[in-house]
Design a protein around this ligand. Structure first.
Ligand code: ATP
Ligand code: MG
Ligand code: MG
Ligand code: MG
Length: 469
């Protein structure tokens, strides 16, 4: 089943259960200064959840474009993380609650008419005190006790405001990924034998100012499932990157670089990172984010530069990322026409930015050779940490390239000095940071959102939001 069919089935299934289908919102949050990017399906629906707006229909489903920059280090290392991905969601605003949510999730996952997973491969986690959820899985669905794992972490609580337990669904990819005697192989462990596919959040309590919890009169449901993860299972491949959502991009990159996928582990990481980052950049530029030196624009600039450097590791020394734009359009255009309609514009923005970075790199090299010369003349074989940091911070010249250059010239770089300069910079950024306050809405994939999501300046390509589940 291709990804587009999975998306269609999701929407058709929830439509058949009385949900109103909402189109994906922009990646750029609307009227929400607490959030840098839309990072969960529920994020653009917050006004319904906190009661500011009453929806026409209390049942909503969507497929939402999401960006999670805090997963950047996972990209290419795990089989399941992206910086840009699509979250499939179904939501109840004070309407149905646990029983329907669990029953429908099971029906969608296991009925051959929908996606038809083998039910024996599914396990779930629940919050230990959520006996209701345990019973529903065990008695109503018939899931054996040993496939219901109790996890303390399955509670969404962000301080004062709505909160509640969640239950997550995992797909067992089988013994070849590890043995069940190892707890890391269990749902929630580090091993990817059990792939988390879907998180169902039950917002049922209010966390009061005095620390007590009282039941909410209007309970909400917020769920999120990863389209790319469903695709990897249904296409019976090893990772999200081997699905029809990514392969065309990877194949085109292979052509441009003259390399082969699945031949060399380092190349594979580079190919995955490039495929990931180009999707993020194409979609963000499509939603109006331009590369720049601050906020979202800076994240896009950093992602693009990172992709250029991974391109270099594949031996590509010329601007090439823009040539992947039409491929992203071919893969994603069915549901997101904007990436096709704005193709020329997006391509031009990426090309200009790539060219600028190539210039930065050559300017940086000129400066670096002068610094190296000065160091040598003063009898040192070390490039100073402050100099390396200045190159990085002011000129965008990456530290590891400075190290490579030094090594090629029989020198070293003062890493501790660089780290200290970086830390000092972070401290300055922290001090300057504004506290955006807590959102006081329920948790779930939304705990991302409700936690402070801050831009920490120019050193880190992450937002500070903690993804707790
Ligand atoms: P994981 O534990 O795998 O990092 P999560 O618990 O952080 O996932 P949730 O916040 O529960 O994820 O989001 C709901 C669903 O969205 C997940 O079950 C998963 O299917 C999908 N998802 C979350 N983060 C990513 C990501 N970075 N890339 C792809 N899919 C994701
Ligand atoms: Mg996560
Ligand atoms: Mg989760
Ligand atoms: Mg998780």
């Amino acid at each position: 089943m291709n990804a587009s069919e999975i998306r269609k089935k999701w929407l058709a299934f929830f439509e058949s259960k009385g949900h109103k289908i909402e189109a994906s919102a922009s990646l750029v949050p609307h009227n929400d200064p607490s959030l840098l990017w839309i990072n969960a399906g529920m994020a653009p629906l917050k006004p319904y959840f906190d009661g500011r707006v009453k929806p026409d229909n209390p049942r909503i489903a969507n497929s939402q474009k999401c960006i999670r920059t805090n997963d950047i280090e996972n990209v290419g290392k795990t089989k399941r993380h992206h910086t840009f991905f699509e979250m499939l969601g179904n939501f109840s605003i004070g309407d149905y609650f646990k029983e329907e949510t669990i029953k429908w999730a099971w029906e969608f996952l296991t009925d051959k008419k929908w996606i038809g997973f083998d039910p024996d491969r599914l396990s779930v986690t629940v919050y230990p005190e959520d006996e209701e959820a345990f019973k529903l899985w065990n008695e109503v669905i018939g899931l054996p006790e040993e496939r219901i794992y109790k996890l303390e972490e399955n509670f969404w609580d962000i301080g004062e405001g709505p909160c509640g337990p969640c239950t997550e669904i995992f797909y067992d990819r089988g013994e070849k990924y590890g043995d069940l005697s190892d707890p890391e192989c269990w749902p929630g462990g580090e091993n990817e034998r059990f792939l988390e596919v879907w998180n169902l959040v039950f917002s049922q309590f209010n966390h009061n100012k005095d620390g007590s919890y009282t039941p909410l009169p209007n309970k909400n449901i917020d769920t999120g499932a990863g389209l790319e993860r469903f695709a990897s299972i249904l296409q019976d491949v090893d990772s999200n990157f081997d699905t029809d959502l990514f392969l065309p991009i990877i194949n085109r990159t292979c052509q441009l670089a003259g390399v082969t996928y699945h031949h060399n582990a380092e190349h594979d990481v580079a190919l995955k990172v490039i495929a990931d980052h180009i999707r993020t950049v194409v979609f963000s530029v499509g939603d109006g984010v331009m590369p720049s030196n601050e906020g979202r624009g800076y994240i896009i600039r950093r992602l693009l530069r990172r992709a250029v450097r991974y391109g270099k590791s594949l031996g590509v020394d010329r601007p090439f990322l823009h040539e992947l734009t039409p491929v992203v359009g071919e893969v994603m255009g069915v549901y997101y026409p904007e990436v096709v309609e704005k193709k020329e514009f997006i391509e031009r923005v990426i090309r200009t930015e790539e060219e600028r970075f190539h210039e930065t790199l050559s300017d940086g090299l000129v400066l670096l050779s002068q610094l190296a010369e000065q160091a040598k003349q003063s009898g040192s074989a070390v490039i100073g940490g402050d100099d390396a940091f200045k190159l990085y911070d002011t000129y965008g010249f990456p530290f590891d390239l400075t190290e490579d250059y030094a090594a090629e010239h029989g020198m070293t770089v003062d890493r501790d000095g660089f780290d200290a300069a970086m830390e000092a910079q972070r401290e300055r950024a922290r001090a300057a940071r504004q506290d955006t306050g807590s959102m006081n809405v329920q948790g779930g994939p939304l705990a991302d959102i409700t936690d402070k999501s801050e831009f920490v300046g120019y050193n880190e390509l992450v937002t500070d939001c903690e993804i707790k589940a």
